[in-house]
Design a protein around this ligand. Structure first.
Ligand code: DAH
Length: 339
């Protein structure tokens, strides 16, 4: 009798805050294996005269438990209805998407390719891990040239024959070894130099190499091609000048300057108050280089040029620190969404 009273108490005071608690109540008081179910099973142990009173009591208990269960179900339903999220309005405009943007190096590289593709250049590719032949020897570097030394070049596993390419000129050799003229191609890619990182220098940067080999290619073709490029890239008022220079793989060689597009030639700290900024190295491909690639230097001539993509991007957008290109600062990258 005392356990019946106890169960009655428990049922009257039962509460439930969620579906799990409701299920626990159901298992305890309603299901076949519930405490009340157990009381029903005991009916046969009860002595005859008390059976009727006992039966009545547990039947009342059962009804109480079921009534309470109904109450708990309906109060839980009410509660859940109150916390339901407001209906979704599918006609509302969506929240603003946050599109990414292309990296300024990618934008600049694509623009360079676009300009040269229109005048007949295609795009070639070469490996970033190079051997001495393609990076230096075939390009006519003398054996003791300073560029081969450890301070400039990252060598692989102490093998002096294998290195990370220091310039995209290596792709000139790769292409000329496998193709005969006419060749008119562009070779964009990453290059590596053992330099301390600063606003003006980096150990990883990008270059675009370009070259044209055919019969009767002359310095005039080189000049005209780069003249066209400078105007397309920086605007039609851009002035171009060729300054005599030296590279082992070209003869004659020239550095190409454009009128400073930031101060328009007036003088500023980007052009170091000269009114001119350098954009590329260039020259007529040295006959030795053609012969190294089994191209007949009596029959064919060619011009070549190489430029730094970072440098072009810095001039185009007045970026004054090389490190910005690799730091992935969203505030910097965000500014190129329009391109
Ligand atoms: N390879 C040179 C460098 O890394 C750039 C260069 C100069 C490339 C003259 C050329 C060239 O093709 O003709 O600085």
């Amino acid at each position: 009798m005392s356990s019946i009273e106890q169960i009655r108490q428990e049922i009257t005071t039962a509460t439930c805050a969620n579906a799990e608690e409701l299920e626990a109540y159901r298992l305890k008081f309603i299901s076949r294996k519930s405490v009340i179910g157990e009381l029903f099973a005991k009916i046969k142990e009860i002595p005859g005269p008390e059976k009727k009173a006992y039966g009545q009591q547990i039947n009342e208990l059962k009804t109480l438990a079921q009534e309470k269960f109904k109450q708990l179900v309906s109060s839980l339903e009410k509660e859940e209805a109150g916390t339901e999220a407001p209906p979704v309005d599918l006609t509302l405009p969506s929240s603003k998407a946050q599109p990414g943007s292309m990296h300024p190096i990618t934008i600049t590289r694509n623009r360079i390719i676009e300009i040269f593709e229109k005048i007949g250049f295609n795009v070639s590719d070469g490996p970033e891990i190079e051997d001495d032949w393609h990076n230096f020897t075939a390009l006519n570097f003398p054996p003791n040239h300073p560029a081969r030394e450890m301070q400039d070049t990252f060598f692989i596993e102490k093998n002096p024959d294998i290195a990370l390419r220091t310039h995209t000129s290596s792709v000139q050799i790769r292409v000329m070894e496998t193709r005969q003229p006419p060749i008119r191609t562009l070779c964009p890619g990453r290059v590596f130099r053992n330099e301390a990182i600063s606003a003006r220098a980096h150990c990883i940067f990008h270059q675009v190499e370009g070259f044209y080999v055919n019969e009767n290619v002359s310095f005039v073709d080189l000049k005209q091609t780069l003249f066209h490029f400078a105007k397309e890239m920086f605007g039609k008022d851009t002035k171009v000048r060729f300054r005599p220079s030296y590279f082992p793989f070209t003869e004659p060689s020239a550095e190409i300057d454009i009128s400073c597009n930031i101060c328009k030639g007036e003088g500023c700290n980007i052009c170091k108050y000269t009114g001119w900024v350098e954009i590329a190295g260039s020259g007529m491909i040295d006959p030795n280089v053609l012969q190294n690639c089994h191209i007949d230097a009596e029959k064919y001539t060619g011009f070549a040029f190489g430029m730094g993509i970072e440098r072009i991007a810095m001039l185009k957008w007045e970026i004054d620190d090389l490190r910005l290109f690799t730091e992935n600062d969203i505030r910097f990258l965000d500014q190129f969404k329009a391109y």
